[in-house]
Design a protein around this ligand. Structure first.
Ligand code: 6CS
Length: 344
């Protein structure tokens, strides 16, 4: 869908130049998701707040998924400073920044998503991550949960045995591929835009995404089962071109930092609302079967997932190990403080 030539043509048509300097007051913001998605809701609100606060000095142009390229291509465009802002989800980004693979590890985050949000908002791991983003010419602006990753399939998946040979589409990061190999599945990484036809043509048996995405990408139309195992959150990161960010006047950097901080509650509520409402839409429009795994069933997957943490450390090195340890400690401490769930 996104061949290099058409990508270049799209950028030319959009009038995107190679340097942000020529675009002083227009910031281009690319999404990995379509209009009406969680990322779109974020971008629309960000645009509103920045334009208001800058008194019209800054205009934000939003490019939903499909207008510029795949997730990996969007990241490249930000790295080259051809666009200023984008979402870069670890499910793809870990191919470039292995440390971000931590956000895709199974059974690391809390079963209580408020705990996850609280930890992600304040994590001490942020400075180590920022270092890794800088090495790739990116500025990390935010780490944002978008909802539980739910499996869909042409068969039900309730035990690791059901995963045996299951051809599941994953995002493109190597650590995600390993996460599904650990269950005995046959992971098939591919870009988001190819998933619907892959399912429809039977090239893949299933995929994994949050409910709002399963609805808006119509995956539920070509699948028989939706399985909630609460094995992982979909966590995205908001990035800027590092040169662009560092060359901004200090008050504009502060404005971005304040707006992204102030928007945390807004987007957390939005993703919750979207995931809840779209589940109703799916149920109204299809007879897809919804299965929620019991604690015992989840435990079987959890045990098999633990070895993937070693693979992550092999890929992400010493800094990646420290990021994992920091997040793990913070998550367990926050759970304890809340007296809530135990997700080991
Ligand atoms: O599965 C994917 O590739 C995509 N899923 C979502 C929910 N957001 C962006 C990501 O690229």
């Amino acid at each position: 869908m996104f061949k290099k030539a058409s990508l270049v043509a799209a950028i030319a048509a959009a009038g995107i130049f190679s340097s942000s300097a020529a675009l002083a007051e227009t910031w281009r913001f690319a999404l990995e998701e379509v209009e009406g998605s969680v990322q779109d809701a974020y971008a629309q609100e960000f645009k509103k707040r920045i334009e208001e606060r800058s008194d019209g000095d800054i205009t934000i142009e939003i490019y939903p998924y499909g207008s510029l390229g795949t997730s990996s291509q969007l990241t490249e465009l930000v790295q080259q400073d051809a666009i200023q802002l984008a979402f870069a989800s670890p499910g793809h980004l870990a191919s470039v920044i292995p440390e971000t693979g931590v956000f895709t590890l199974h059974f690391l985050f809390s079963d209580d998503n408020e705990v996850n949000e609280q930890v992600l908002a304040n994590t001490e791991a942020r400075s180590m991550l920022q270092e890794a983003y800088h090495e790739q010419n990116l500025q990390l602006l935010g780490i944002i949960p978008e909802g539980w990753m739910v499996w869909t399939g042409n068969r039900s998946i309730e035990t690791p045995q059901d995963m045996e040979g299951f051809k599941i589409r994953t995002m493109t990061s190597p650590i995600l591929v390993e996460s599904y190999r650990a269950y005995g599945a046959n992971p098939s990484p591919m870009p988001y835009a190819e998933v619907y036809s892959g399912l429809q043509l039977g090239q893949i048996d299933g995929q994994v995404n949050p409910i709002f995405a399963i609805e808006e990408m119509s995956f539920y139309e070509v699948q028989d089962y939706m399985i909630q195992a609460k094995q992982a959150q979909f966590i995205t990161t908001l990035v800027a071109a590092q040169d662009f960010y560092e060359n901004l006047p200090e008050e504009q950097q502060t404005m971005i930092d304040e707006v992204t901080n102030e928007m945390r509650g807004y987007i957390f509520d939005k993703q919750d609302e979207f995931n809840e409402q779209r589940l109703e839409t799916i149920q109204e429009n299809s007879d897809i079967e919804l299965i929620t795994l019991s604690e015992e069933q989840r435990e079987a997957f959890r045990e098999m997932s633990l070895s993937v943490r070693d693979t992550y450390i092999e890929q992400a090195g010493e800094r990646g190990k420290k990021i994992l340890e920091t997040l793990d400690e913070e998550l367990r401490a926050a759970e304890e403080e809340k007296g809530g769930s135990d997700n080991g």
